[in-house]
Design a protein around this ligand. Structure first.
Ligand SMILES: Cc1ncc(COP(=O)(O)O)c(C=O)c1O
Length: 392
């Protein structure tokens, strides 16, 4: 089937956070997509809406089955029904888990640059963000295990949050790396929270490895957050699942989610996973092809057309991590300058910490928008360098 990923969907004045921008601006920042979701998902929601009653809603057997079947088929991981817990989103789950599993003043380790909202979930709850900076060799990001071990060994460290695959650098962590993390965390009595929300947006032909599937250590000492919302563009529906294989740990997590009142679905949150995982497979595979064409196009354009700017090669997420360290000047200023000069709205690498000199560009949009964004980037970088030089 042919899907319409080239179609421009007007999102201005619809309450879309991403598109709450000026008329001339092109938003390529927050991680949602400018595509319509799979037609089958919309149809099932419209059908449900037609019934016209929107009362309190249960988590049904279909909800559990949808996650179990998808992970078994797509990611070769058998999730037991009792391991799964509904939550209204990954961020609500992360914040709740931080509150339940750690106490005020303890350390939560994160690998930076990383999804910036983790910092809020940790700091807003009075815990300390302990950074394990990833190392970049100009080609790939790697974990600094000496540093990680030191941070995990700190007696005040009780939780590690990993992003698997990793936003914003687009890295899929391999089995061996995950196993090493899992063993270290067991050794130092640190629980692992694996945020796997981006797991279905991988380069066609490659898959990710669920952390809990790697070993007994990984399974018994982990909490995993997953959701169809990134892959199927359903973030506004607010639905996620938390996978906790260990009974004691799960009991704590369930208590936390319930206390925080984030454990009950709205009508659409309850049904969306079954529609997405049950009927959206072909659409998702076509989407991944389209996204990787966007990525290849952007990489080639930057290499050929924009001096001093290059794309970090990523095998997951629709977020392009752009190395601007050779551009003369300061990258936060560059990010602001790009928006003022051309209307292109990107994310500043500094937001993710350990991301100085980098920008993040969301490529989940029709090719025409990608082309427009890259032209704006090219013009802006040239204008910025001239401006910086004229100040010297
Ligand atoms: C790594 C990661 N986790 C969580 C979220 C948001 O999750 P939710 O919308 O379910 O709260 C995002 C959104 O970009 C993300 O990148």
């Amino acid at each position: 089937m042919n899907f319409q990923f080239d179609q421009i969907i007007e999102r201005r004045n619809t309450g879309a956070m991403k598109w709450d921008v000026n008329e001339n601006e092109l938003p390529m920042w927050v991680a949602d997509m400018d595509f319509q979701t799979a037609p089958e998902i919309t149809e099932s929601m419209v059908d449900r809406a037609r019934q016209g009653v929107f009362g309190y809603t249960l988590v049904t057997d279909e909800w559990y089955g949808a996650y179990q079947t998808w992970w078994k088929k797509r990611h070769q991981f058998e999730i037991r029904k009792e391991w799964l817990v509904f939550c209204t989103g990954v961020v609500p789950a992360v914040s709740s888990i931080v509150r339940k599993i750690t106490t005020v003043g303890e350390n939560v380790v994160v690998m930076t640059p990383v999804y910036n909202i983790f910092f809020n979930s940790i700091s807003n709850n009075g815990r300390n963000v302990l950074e394990n900076p990833l190392k970049y060799d100009g080609n790939e990001y790697q974990i600094d295990f000496t540093d990680l071990q030191e941070k995990l060994a700190d007696a005040q460290t009780t939780l590690l949050i990993i992003c698997n695959p990793h936003n914003p650098v687009g890295k899929i962590w391999d089995r061996e790396t995950l196993k090493r993390i899992g063993d270290l965390c067991v050794k130092y009595h640190v629980t692992v929270l694996s945020d796997e929300i981006h797991c279905d947006i991988t380069e066609p032909g490659s898959d990710y490895t669920p952390f809990a599937s790697v070993s007994e250590n990984c399974q018994n000492n982990s909490i995993t957050c997953v959701s169809p919302t990134k892959a199927f563009n359903l973030a506004g529906i607010q639905t996620a699942a938390v996978i906790v294989p260990d009974d004691n740990l799960r009991n704590k997590v369930v208590r936390g989610l319930n206390t925080d009142e984030v454990a009950e679905p709205n009508v659409f949150a309850a049904m969306a996973p079954a529609s997405a995982f049950g009927c959206g497979g072909n659409w998702l595979d076509a989407l991944r092809e389209y996204l990787w064409e966007n990525r290849r196009y952007a990489e080639a354009y930057m290499e050929k057309e924009i001096r001093g700017v290059s794309a970090v090669s990523g095998r997951a997420t629709y977020l392009l991590w752009i190395d601007c360290r050779s551009v003369i000047g300061d990258s936060s200023e560059l990010c602001r300058f790009i928006r003022c000069h051309s209307g292109l709205y990107l994310s500043d690498g500094n937001e993710y910490r350990n991301g100085k000199g980098f920008l993040r560009m969301n490529l989940a949009c029709p090719r025409q928008q990608v082309t427009d964004g890259l032209k704006r980037l090219k013009d802006s970088v040239a204008a910025y360098e001239s401006w910086v030089c004229s100040q010297c």
